[in-house]
Design a protein around this ligand. Structure first.
Ligand code: ADP
Ligand code: MG
Length: 318
């Protein structure tokens, strides 16, 4: 190691006195001021392993962006406002160019969302990035997975399938070139934080789409003990999937992960409020179906004819 652990922390991770926190990097613990009145703390952790979630040759700035983006996406899906995060980092050796690039990507998105690095841990080992984010939300406004109710509309933000297309192209040995829109969707997901905040008291249940619509909607249905009907023809498939064979297009849009859009349920009386939020944020919000009593997820086409969809959500242990 050219730089020791403490030099590494001082050089890259300690950015001076904490801004939002009472005490940040440098002591035994960070001290976070109590959250806004009537708010509770929303906490979430995500881990990225080299070889599994990124490879050594990935652009480190992209890795830094993604590492925090996927965590902020969990706060967004809860309707929580980002406040702070910790970073546990293992690297096999100190590559200053890599750490510098990683920090550039990490702090750019952190600063954009007002989310402050307040502590962490640094050690030598197989490259691993573990981030824990802290956010705040009034408890009654949290967008929980168990809150969907029969007759709720089902909505999804943005478009689906582009990130999965980039993964698919890579696995077929035809990686998309740098800067390609589908590849950017995979590498630079934009957590829908502003949308999550706008959906407080408007949506009921929400989840961020990390493992694909079928799998992630399944989590809402399990937790809410309900079923759903989805109109495949209404699903906002990303234009980069145009021209693909229909089964592949459907699989990428419904079972491909990594889009980090929000899927949410809301009472029908909130339709115009949700459309207004979409216009204000410049983000398409599309109604794709509804929650029903009972269980199971059924797809149909534009004319209401049942559609068999064989795709499954991504499961790390499958
Ligand atoms: P401790 O021995 O109490 O675990 P460390 O020596 O590991 O403390 O860390 C020293 C300080 O630097 C602590 O405040 C810790 O939160 C912070 N820190 C360590 N690694 C990181 C990191 N990767 N990012 C941000 N802060 C870090
Ligand atoms: Mg430590």
């Amino acid at each position: 190691m050219s730089l020791g652990e403490f030099e590494l922390i001082a050089r890259f991770f300690d950015r001076g006195p904490a801004r939002d926190a009472i005490l940040g990097v440098g002591d035994d613990c960070a001290l976070l001021a109590p959250v806004q009145p009537h708010c509770v703390t929303a906490v979430s952790t995500d881990m990225l392993l080299e070889g599994r979630h990124f490879v050594a040759t990935d652009d480190p700035e992209t890795v830094g962006h993604r590492a925090l983006a996927v965590n902020l996406s969990d706060l967004a899906a809860m309707g929580a406002r980002p406040r702070a995060f910790t970073l546990a980092l293992a690297v096999p050796q100190v590559d200053e160019a890599w750490v510098g690039g990683f920090c550039a990507g990490l702090f750019a998105i952190a600063d954009r969302h007002g989310c402050e690095l307040v502590g962490g841990d640094t050690t030598r080992g197989p490259a691993t990035i573990c981030i824990t984010v802290f956010g705040e939300v009034p408890p009654e406004a949290a967008l929980r997975r168990d809150a969907a109710q029969p007759d709720d509309d089902l909505w999804v933000s943005g478009t689906l399938g582009a990130a999965a297309l980039a993964v698919h192209a890579h696995s077929e040995g035809r990686p998309r070139p740098p800067g390609d829109p589908a590849r950017l969707r995979l590498e630079r997901p934009e957590p829908r934080v502003a949308l999550g905040l706008s959906l407080r008291h408007v949506a009921r249940a929400a989840i961020d789409l990390s493992d694909g619509l079928i799998g992630d909607l399944g989590h809402i249905l399990d937790r809410s003990r309900a079923g759903a009907e989805v109109d495949w023809s209404a699903v906002p498939v990303d234009p980069s999937l145009d021209g693909l064979p229909a089964p592949l297009r459907r699989r990428l849009a419904l079972a491909g992960g990594d889009d980090y859009e929000l899927l949410f349920s809301a009472a029908a009386e909130n339709r115009s409020a949700i459309e207004a939020i979409g216009r204000r944020l410049g983000l398409p919000l599309t109604r794709i179906g509804r929650i029903v009593a009972g269980e199971g997820l059924r797809f149909h086409d534009a004319r209401g004819r049942p559609l068999t969809v064989d795709a499954h959500g991504f499961n790390h242990f499958a």
